[in-house]
Design a protein around this ligand. Structure first.
Ligand SMILES: [Zn+2]
Length: 60
């Protein structure tokens, strides 16, 4: 079980039960709802460049 942050809305999402997820740049992002997933996939750079959690924000 792992908890990650939904970068769109900032909610904490449990990866065991999250059914909304998307892969971007070799990372998997989890979302609380299809709406957040759609928003992320529409403009992923917007969210990964400014994550709500502010962690692991590395750009090589
Ligand atoms: Zn969300």
């Amino acid at each position: 079980m792992a908890r990650v942050q939904d970068v769109v809305c900032g909610m904490t999402v449990d990866t065991d039960i999250a059914s909304h997820k998307s892969n971007y740049k070799d990372r998997t992002y989890y979302f609380c709802s299809p709406g957040c997933k759609t928003a992320f996939e529409g403009e992923p750079e917007k969210y990964v460049s400014n994550p709500a959690g502010g962690r692991e924000n590395r750009n090589d």
